[in-house]
Design a binder for this molecule. Structure first.
Ligand SMILES: Nc1nc2c(c(=O)[nH]1)N[C@H]1C(S)=C(S)[C@@H](COP(=O)(O)O)O[C@H]1N2
Ligand SMILES: [Mo]
Length: 159
């Protein structure tokens, strides 16, 4: 698990690329980006409806600002609890990194990726790192995910 702590103990969300972005975990502290709002119609047997409304930053804009390589096919999202999802780049580009739900700030543990192409199980919470990757044709993106942290059954992501 990758967590970035500065000398004050502050924690960031890292957006990897040719030019890494370190985002503070409060929306009002993220300068240079216009907040966006979205709702979802996700649901899960355990959780019930997961709908927002969410306020956050357009992930496509963050990836562009971080100079994500043009060859990226997928985006890996790593969470504080070791959860890791692999999103198709198309889904990532239309997603939102949500810092607020119902107008209320989310704890760093709850900051999450939401989007029209993202199902409830891949709506990663407690995001610490967002990283574009280029997978070879034929690679199953699910193979580099970790949806049961602690079970220790997934390989390390490519670097
Ligand atoms: N980091 C992390 N993100 C996660 C999970 C998790 O265990 N860890 N569970 C996923 C699953 S299976 C669901 S249904 C939703 C639940 O979101 P909720 O807690 O807002 O209901 O979060 C998803 N994101
Ligand atoms: Mo779930």
């Amino acid at each position: 698990m990758t967590t970035t702590d500065d000398a004050d103990g502050s924690v960031y969300v890292e957006i990897e690329g040719e030019r890494q972005l370190l985002l503070p975990t409060a929306l009002e502290a993220c300068e240079g980006f216009e907040p966006v709002e979205t709702s979802t119609d996700m649901a899960c047997d355990d959780s019930g409806p997961i709908d927002g409304p969410w306020t956050g930053l357009a992930l496509g804009e963050l990836l562009t600002a971080a100079e994500s390589p043009a060859a990226a096919t997928h985006v890996l999202v790593t969470c504080r609890d070791g959860y890791r999802v692999c999103l198709d780049v198309t889904d990532a580009l239309s997603a939102v990194l949500a810092f607020r739900r119902d107008g209320e700030p989310l704890d760093p543990d709850e900051i999450r990726v939401v989007g029209p192409g993202i199902d409830s199980g891949r709506s990663a919470k407690g995001v610490v790192r967002i990283e574009p990757v280029s997978l070879e044709a034929g690679t199953d993106p699910a193979e580099i995910e970790q949806l049961s942290p602690g079970a220790d059954d997934a390989p390390e992501p490519p670097r």
